[in-house]
Ligand binder design. Structure first.
Ligand SMILES: [Zn+2]
Ligand SMILES: [Zn+2]
Length: 334
């Protein structure tokens, strides 16, 4: 069955409905933050109390509280969104050729999420030590109409600056051997789908230094509500970019990154190598000369030519990609 076939069976409203569902769901998931935060504080107090009590029972209780906190705050919401997209993908996309270990995929996804989140919390402490920010919108005495206009400009600058730094961070992951070792994990799936679009925690840390630090030095003033909105937008964007379901942005794909654009970046075809680095706006690839226009038709085949995706949890953490075993039939006759 061809890649585009399942979509032709649906009404023309199906794709907008799916997109709307993803946007709504991610907004709900992200906006539950203020309601989850007090619960997290309560959970943290229980953890500290149990740990202070000591003894086997106290420590066991503390471990249960810690696990509950990690599950509710870090894993549950992003995994909920992921589950929805995986479900949509499984309904719309044809089955790939590669047999996949789904339990391993979900475990790695959750484990990497926890590591990246913990790392982010740790690194965020260094933000106040930064010089700047260059543009500070935190305390403005402007009239409300001017303030609204300022905030709109601020959000636009923030998204553009984020993508500018992301673009160059991404190019350095491909340019420098040490960074490539970890980024290669993300490029290894041969039948890329939204569940298998992992990023290694070392890559997450490098992204933090290359994107969040310069951004923090440049701009201040995005409040928690606006940040949630941006986070929802980035979350949807990254899921859309990695789904093999035939759900793309159509003509809007020239302005915003979607799966047709990003699968070229993951492609195994040499003419696609080192193309389409942008995460949000394809315009950065146009400006810096790395743009490749998506063509109609099936998504390109993905993965690395000579390496397989990690096969075990330890492979994922150590960024070990096993070399491809050539089948005896592939060998030239003796
Ligand atoms: Zn890449
Ligand atoms: Zn990707």
């Amino acid at each position: 069955m061809s890649y585009a076939a399942p979509l032709e069976l649906k009404s023309r409203w199906f794709m907008p409905a799916v997109l709307l569902l993803i946007v709504l769901l991610s907004a709900v998931v992200t906006w539950t933050e203020p309601y989850i935060a007090p619960a997290a504080a309560h959970q943290k107090a229980l953890l500290v109390e149990s740990f202070a009590r000591g003894g086997l029972a106290g420590y066991a209780e503390a471990a249960v509280h810690a696990a509950a906190w990690v599950f509710v705050v870090i894993v549950f919401r992003p995994m909920l969104l992921l589950a929805a997209v995986v479900l949509i993908e499984s309904r719309l996309a044809s089955r790939g050729e590669e047999r996949k270990n789904l339990a391993l995929a979900w475990t790695v996804r959750a484990a990497f999420l926890i590591f990246a989140y913990a790392l982010g919390l740790l690194l965020a402490r260094s933000l106040p030590a930064l010089p700047g920010p260059l543009f500070d919108f935190t305390d403005s005495g402007s009239p409300s109409w001017l303030r609204t206009a300022q905030m709109a400009v601020l959000l636009l600058i923030t998204v553009l600056a984020t993508d500018f730094f992301q673009y160059w961070a991404h190019r350095s992951f491909h340019r420098f051997r040490f960074l490539w070792k970890f980024h290669a994990v993300h490029h290894s799936p041969r039948d890329l789908d939204v569940l298998h679009a992992f990023q290694h925690p070392v890559e997450a840390a490098a992204t933090w230094f290359l994107v969040a630090l310069p951004l923090g030095a440049l701009i201040a003033g995005v409040d928690a509500g606006q940040f949630s909105l941006l986070a929802a937008f980035f979350l949807v964007q990254s899921h859309l970019a990695h789904t093999k379901a035939p759900v793309h942005l159509g003509p809007l794909g020239g302005l915003l990154v979607d799966n047709r654009f990003h699968f070229i970046h993951h492609s195994r075809e040499p003419r696609h190598f080192d193309r389409n680095f942008a995460a949000i706006f394809p315009v950065f690839d146009r400006i810096f000369g790395t743009y490749c226009k998506p063509e109609p038709g099936p998504l390109p085949k993905t993965g690395l030519g000579d390496r397989l995706p990690p096969q075990r949890l330890s492979h994922y953490f150590l960024a070990h990609l096993p070399p491809e075993d050539r089948q005896p039939a592939d060998r030239p006759p003796a």
